[in-house]
Design a protein around this ligand. Sequence first.
Ligand code: LMR
Length: 393
Amino acid sequence: MLDQLKDQPADKILSLMAAFRADPRPEKIDLGVGVYKDAEGRTPVMRAVREAEKRIWDGETTKTYTALAGDPAFADALVPLILGPSVPRAQVAAVATPGGTGAVRQGFELIRMMSPGATVWVPEPTWPNHLSILRHLGMTVRGYRYFDEATLAVDADGMLADLGGVQAGDAVLLHGCCHNPTGADPDPATWSKVADLLRSRGALPFIDLAYLGFGDSLELDAAATRMIAGSGECLIAASCSKNFGIYRERTGLLMAVAGDEATAKVAQGNLAHLNRQNFSFPPDHGARIVSTILGDEGLRADWEAELEEIRTGMLTLREGLAAELRRLTNSDRFDFLTRHKGMFSRLGASPEQVEAMRRDHGIYMVGDSRINVAGLNARTMPILAQAMVAAGL
Ligand code: LMR
């Protein structure tokens, strides 16, 4: 029977990781997968994570199962971090999931349970795995305009015009902050118009929040999510991979914000049921790290400080790259780099230009010209700038 299987299409981001590893050139530069790297190219274990792990190791007396929704302390710590005072806690159903991707997958499945014929609207472009999971689930997908290739900013008019076509019972995927792959986020006025539009059409917002704290601050990056959650029902898939740097621990949370407590209770039961069907109990170690950090004043302050160092470090790289390109080209056409948020920027290069930068300079970025800003450092930043100019950008 196994001979009935066909090769699956390669994941663009993961195959880029493999191609980078296989390149023997020592001067190669990895701007591919969305993993934070410091100036030495390392992805460090954050200080507070290390300390929390020590405390867990000292204090943990059992490895028995937690609950289908995960240890309640995890949701109780993460929900307020994300939603602040925007929604009463009792109106939020939440379950731990294997990473943000697990939350995304379960969110799509919940949409299918609630609204079997739903169309899921996704921004064009979006994280390729969103599309791949939706395809795998056999769900109907439609793109909405999001990114203006000319200005390399959000196409707010196009977005609102396309979302005007959503139907009651559809779901609309939104990136809560630090849009992946473009780095372009809507401004607050556009966010409010999107929220009003979706409410008026009876569509469900589904927010993917994978980079909280990488854009402007923990608070500001949560603002759009809070505004939407405060305005009615929505789903939120949160990842702790990036902001806690615990990628391999697979730590995510799926939240369903309901209009009242009774509905939230039923949603909670359904989310736990979905966990049981897909993998039973969610991973616990990363979730325990997060609740340990957020529940301890000192660890939390240290985590926030280190996250801020990471955020401002990426900002400095963005500004440095834009300044270098201003100097090299005598123009401000690359200043969009400083307006993009978080880890990624789409440069607006053609596939041929992306290929030329890889071939001639050993610079690896995703084929749509998405760079991971954190892959740069003070030494490699001018190399990228020169390669961009040499490639004719
Ligand atoms: C990315 O977009 O590079 C990250 O979210 C990692 C991944 O799994 O694709």
